[in-house]
Design a protein around this ligand. Structure first.
Ligand code: S3P
Length: 169
């Protein structure tokens, strides 16, 4: 049975965190972020975890986090790291909402943001645009397959995006 959480998935830099915060303010819902949970439990940044222990270790941490969320969390908006969609119990955690846009739109969003350098620095898998694009292409279909709801964010105001999430989830 599904728990009443909303799970926000999508590619790095699409704006899951920003969207989650806007949703939280408008609908008075608490949010948690899977990268934040992992960083606080490990007491080190995602970037450090990748450097020190590698990606596959980070993925096991994501699965542990998913198991904890499934057991402990309800009525919450969960903002996920871009690879979190691979956990094996995603659909048991809540309604899966995919934020969707083209790679070019996502890339421009990052590059044109005020803190572009910081955004790129904290994302080890976004270091090389070419590699990031190929990762996007590999994941595109899989994201759609696990999603209960797809919200295209290109050209939409934040107000429209969060209203769409609310009405469809
Ligand atoms: C990742 C996305 C990141 C973070 C880690 C791996 C991915 O989160 O979890 O760097 O595999 O797409 P954001 O989507 O918040 O950047």
């Amino acid at each position: 049975m599904k728990k009443k959480n909303i799970i926000l998935i999508g590619f790095m830099g699409i704006g899951k965190g920003t969207t989650a915060r806007a949703f939280s303010q408008s609908y008075n819902v608490y949010i948690i972020d899977t990268d934040d949970l992992i960083e606080s439990k490990e007491n080190r940044k995602v970037k450090k975890i990748f450097e020190e222990d590698g990606e596959s270790y980070f993925r096991t941490l994501e699965q542990e986090t998913a198991d904890w969320i499934e057991e402990q969390v309800s009525g919450t908006l969960i903002s996920c790291g871009g690879g979190f969609y691979k956990v094996d119990n995603l659909s048991d955690i809540g309604t899966v909402v995919l934020l969707d846009a083209s790679f070019e739109w996502i890339y421009d969003r990052i590059i044109n943001s005020e803190n572009a350098k910081k955004k790129l620095k904290k994302r080890p898998l976004f270091k090389q645009p070419k590699e990031a694009k190929s990762l996007y292409e590999q994941r595109e279909k899989a994201y759609r397959e696990v999603a209960d709801v797809i919200v295209n964010v290109e050209g939409k105001s934040m107000k429209n995006i969060i209203e769409e999430i609310d009405s469809k989830s």
